[in-house]
Design a protein around this ligand. Structure first.
Ligand SMILES: Nc1ncnc2c1ncn2[C@@H]1O[C@H](COP(=O)(O)OP(=O)(O)O)[C@@H](O)[C@H]1O
Ligand SMILES: [Mg+2]
Length: 247
């Protein structure tokens, strides 16, 4: 992989909370435009790994390299890094007192100094992108879970991120709403958005992912091209996990 192709690298990342070591030397490389799906049992460290990428959790040891620069050494750069990395959580985490479009407008106005009119235009453009422009003036409690999660995706996109991170974005949704969120994520991925996504939606993984990474007990045990992973060439532990979540 050439230096230009690579946008993100985790090098021997450890994370310890008090005396609990949650990440035990994780290495991960992500190329521009690549979509990586991260799977593994509950408690294996997936969320922690994702949070280390944008330094919401600074690694205890090892480094995070973004666009060729080590960003984990000096946390003063973390705010800038987080502008370049959009994150979407399981529980949407929208501002309840703001409408859909206002949720999207907030960061561009506050952080980028965008005018209210421009931020509003951007908000509507992004709501069109996630297929709910007609919901612009609705508040989160007037939206379905699937709509709220799409507003959260639009809000993350408002900062024009270079990578999108998703942490189980459909786990809190009723089954009939999962597809509309995964479809938006798939469209973004197909447009070339670099993506790292924790999910157990294997249909999405097959459709959208270039690689599947399997974690267990703080370690990355498998990192394989999607066809290889689903073609039965994943290691035994990953295969077993896959059969558990598919059945
Ligand atoms: N802030 C924290 N303080 C202490 N322990 C934590 C913290 N965050 C996560 N952990 C622990 O780290 C382990 C991995 O958690 P997590 O990364 O959330 O796993 P996953 O997302 O794969 O379910 C768990 O044992 C969890 O309890
Ligand atoms: Mg998690």
């Amino acid at each position: 992989m050439s230096a230009e192709e690579k946008i993100l690298e985790l090098v021997d990342v450890y994370k310890t909370f008090d005396d609990l070591t949650v990440l035990k030397g994780c290495n991960l490389r992500v190329k521009k435009k690549e979509t990586v799906v991260l799977i593994g049992p509950s408690g294996s460290g997936k969320s922690t790994l994702l949070r280390c990428i944008n330094l919401l959790e600074p690694p205890s040891k090892g480094s995070v390299v973004f666009e060729g620069h080590e960003v984990s050494g000096d946390l003063r750069g973390a705010d800038k890094l987080r502008r370049d990395i959009g994150m979407v959580f399981q529980n949407f985490e929208l501002f309840q007192h703001l409408s859909a479009v206002e949720n999207i407008m907030l960061a561009p106005m506050k952080v980028l100094g965008m005018s209210k009119a421009d931020a509003h235009d951007l908000g509507l453009e992004l709501l069109r992108k996630v297929h709910i422009p007609e919901r612009a003036d609705h508040f989160p409690d007037e939206l379905s879970g699937g709509q709220q999660q799409r507003v959260a995706i639009a809000r993350a996109l408002a900062m024009r991120p270079k990578i999108m991170l998703y942490d189980e974005p459909t786990s809190a949704l009723d089954p009939e709403m999962i597809r509309e969120v995964l479809d938006v994520m798939t469209e973004l991925s197909n447009e070339g958005m670099t993506t790292v996504c924790v999910t157990h939606e294997m249909g999405f993984a097959r459709r959208a992912a270039d690689r599947i990474v399997f974690m267990e007990d703080g370690c990355i045990l498998e990192d394989a091209a999607t066809e290889e992973f689903f073609g039965g060439r994943a290691n035994e532990r990953a295969q077993k996990f896959l059969s558990q979540i598919l059945h």
